[in-house]
Design a protein around this ligand. Structure first.
Ligand code: NAD
Length: 274
């Protein structure tokens, strides 16, 4: 899968550091989280024009709360079952070796952090966090607590009053009086300015940008590779399918994330990843 040219580039340049990785849903596919778009994806069963928007979810909840709860339960069941795969783990290893400077991710599944990566810039938030809609105070939802929450939603999905009580318990009022909501960027919402600014900052002195498992169809994340290229970075795309950015890449590696990252590990260490 790695051509001699790619291997040579990796061997000569990765040890110098300053590698940044931009990840998307494709890296977590082998962890059991399907991509949302396309066959078998969440958007096939739930209309993104309703379920992708806060207003859509709120008005649906008023009329048919069960439909919203079904969506939340399906989504979190996938997220909670997943664990990091070798691609997440090797990225974390590369960070510890001072090869990888940071990960900029569009994912909300927390799998990079679970794999041990520290410098992770989350462009679209994190499904394990809630934030106050007024003052932006953030709270972590621990995995066990989240599992408990989903279990209750499943049990009482058809009982409106009970559901409201459960939601109030897990999404309490903030000290400022504001309401907590899930800390993910839904359709039509802005990304956090600070996360986006940090992503651009990471690309300023980036030697190599690895683009791993993203179709680059979602903006403004899709602008980042263009910026990196302008700044002089070499771009390596890892994806079984070409994307609209493929033609601008210096190297394209066609294959699934884990398999390719295992080969990159071997190329750098002359060892198999255990
Ligand atoms: P996308 O669904 O648009 O594209 C996924 C890409 O992954 C495709 O280009 C596909 O060819 C590639 N791919 C498929 N299998 C792969 C594999 N085994 N290894 C590597 N690549 C593989 O995803 P996106 O570009 O990240 O944009 C979708 C949006 O949906 C993002 O904003 C993201 O927040 C969200 N999302 C997140 C998750 C998650 O957190 N795990 C899952 C689904 C969607």
């Amino acid at each position: 899968m790695l051509t001699p040219k790619v291997k040579e580039y990796i061997k000569n340049n990765f040890p110098k550091g300053d590698v940044v990785c931009l990840t998307g849903a494709g890296i977590s596919l082998e962890s059991g989280i399907p991509v949302f778009r396309g066959k078998g994806g969440l958007w096939e069963r739930y209309d993104p024009q309703i379920y992708g928007y806060l207003e859509g979810l709120s008005s649906l909840f008023k009329t048919t709360p069960k439909k919203v709860i079904d969506f939340v339960v399906d989504f979190y069941t996938l997220i909670l079952k997943a664990s990091p795969n070798p691609a997440h783990r090797i990225l974390s290893f590369l960070e510890r070796q001072a090869v990888l400077k940071s990960i900029i991710t569009q994912n909300i599944d927390n799998l990079h952090q679970e794999a041990g990566s520290r410098n992770v810039i989350e462009l679209h938030g994190n499904a394990y966090r809630i934030r106050c809609s007024e003052c932006f105070n953030k709270l972590i939802l621990e995995k066990e607590r989240l599992k408990e929450f989903i279990k209750l939603l499943k049990k009482y999905r058809s009982r409106r009053i009970r559901l409201l009580k459960i939601l109030a318990r897990y999404f309490p009022r903030c000290g400022c009086g504001g309401r907590f909501r899930i800390d993910v960027v839904l359709f039509g919402e802005n990304l956090s300015d600070s996360a986006l600014a940090e992503a651009y900052r990471q690309l300023d002195n980036c030697r190599t940008l690895l683009i791993l498992g993203t179709s680059l169809e979602v903006y403004p994340a899709a602008n980042l590779p263009f910026y990196a290229k302008e700044k002089g970075a070499k771009i390596i795309e890892i994806n079984p399918q070409p994307t609209s950015f493929s033609e601008y890449c210096d190297y394209q590696i066609r294959g699934p994330a884990s398999k390719v990252m295992l080969e990159i590990f071997k190329c750098l260490t002359n060892q198999e990843y255990a």
